[in-house]
Design a protein around this ligand. Structure first.
Ligand SMILES: *Cc1c(COP(=O)(O)O)cnc(C)c1O
Length: 364
């Protein structure tokens, strides 16, 4: 009997390869771009769907000492994998979870006065100062304190501030006037905390120039190969490769329809390739009738509806394609940003949607 892992890889309908060396190379490249302070790793949403349990230790081994998640549970899951590093939770403290932050040595990013009061209250009960980051709002209007809320002189009693941070609204659009507005508002807010280090840019913000540098950059997307400067060629290395096996090849006659609701009708005698990936795998239904996969360096157009477990392609012009061959859905020949554009979304949603049924392989 072959080992289970081999059975899985032999029979898998689709394979998701994550290149951890490329993640590390991207993190190092961002470090060169940000000489004034360290670069964190944002590993929320399971490292944008690519596996925080693999990505976080790889970054830690390369020297990364600051990690951000969105949920406490995500932070707890990586805590032991990144010894000595700061692990912080961007969404802050859900009511009742204060003890979990203390028990696991995880820092909250405080973004509302209520949270600050609860964290400070716990500090007083424990009789010691508790560490945290403070999120100040400079234009997003989601989380973060506004100027009026920060005016309270006793606001941070009992709290040891590690960083003051904010988050950019439109950093991927270099010419958006909000960037400079937020830069100036952040500088003004930080003046109230002259001794506290600052954390400013996400991936795209790191490319906006020296005015957006800080004591700690917080990239996520660029680590995973998403283009942080969409108006220019992608400077990051591709990280993800999603390959799907051709389950069936079928010749259809002129006028025959393919898939649910007959949304595609053959305008010539055609050959249809079917793969075992659908919207239940995070291969979004909005790909229906749009975009393509790549075989042997050439595009194979996606036709008809994406269904739950299957997607169909027009392989008529690829006579070399055989059942059992692999189509590239995402990868060096089919960048994640292009896939996203075809589905009317962004690379973040494409990656964080990636499903649980793929045979996942991490290479380093
Ligand atoms: C997700 C997130 C980041 C990382 O953003 P990218 O655009 O993926 O680099 C940084 N800061 C905050 C507050 C975030 O929510």
């Amino acid at each position: 009997m072959p080992p289970a892992a081999m059975i899985e890889s032999d029979t898998a309908l689709a394979r998701l390869e994550v290149d951890l060396a490329a993640v590390v190379a991207n993190w190092r490249a961002l470090g060169v771009l940000h000489p004034g302070g360290p670069v964190a790793g944002v590993v929320k949403a399971d490292a944008y769907g690519l596996g925080a349990a693999q990505v976080a230790p790889a970054l830690h081994a390369a020297g990364c000492r600051h990690f951000f998640t969105a949920h406490l549970s995500e932070a707890v899951a990586i805590r032991a994998l990144v010894p000595g590093a700061m692990v912080a939770v961007l969404n802050g403290i859900a009511p009742g979870s204060e003890g979990g932050f203390v028990a696991h040595d995880i820092l909250p990013v405080l973004g509302t006065p209520g949270e600050i009061a609860r964290w400070g209250g716990l500090a007083r009960r424990l009789g010691r100062r508790l560490p945290a980051l403070l999120h100040v709002d400079t234009g997003m209007n989601r989380l973060g304190l506004d100027g009026g809320e920060m005016a309270d002189p006793n606001l941070l009693d009992g709290i040891e501030l590690r960083y003051v941070m904010t988050h950019l609204v439109a950093s991927e659009v270099a010419g958006d006037p909000m960037n400079a507005v937020q830069r100036d508002r952040f500088a003004a807010a930080c003046a109230a905390f002259p001794t506290v280090p600052r954390s400013f840019a996400n991936s795209s913000g790191m490319f906006l120039g020296a005015g957006y540098a800080s004591d700690l950059a917080r990239p996520g997307a660029a680590l995973y190969g998403i283009n942080p400067i969409p108006e220019q060629p992608n400077p990051m290395r591709p990280v993800v490769r999603l390959m799907a096996r051709v389950l069936a090849l079928r010749d259809v006659a002129l006028g025959a329809s393919v898939g649910y609701n007959s949304t595609w009708v053959a305008a010539r005698p055609s050959r249809i390739a079917t793969i075992g990936v659908g919207y239940a795998d995070g291969w979004l239904r909005s790909h229906s009738g749009r975009g393509h996969a790549v075989f042997d360096g050439a595009p194979v157009p996606l036709v008809g509806r994406v269904s739950m477990d299957l997607t169909t392609f027009d392989a008529t012009d690829r006579p070399g394609l055989r059942e059992g061959d692999w189509l590239e859905l995402i990868g060096p020949s089919r960048p994640v940003d292009d896939v996203a554009a075809a589905a009317g979304t962004n690379g973040y949603e494409v990656l964080t949607s990636l499903g649980r049924r793929y045979h996942r392989v991490w290479s380093s």
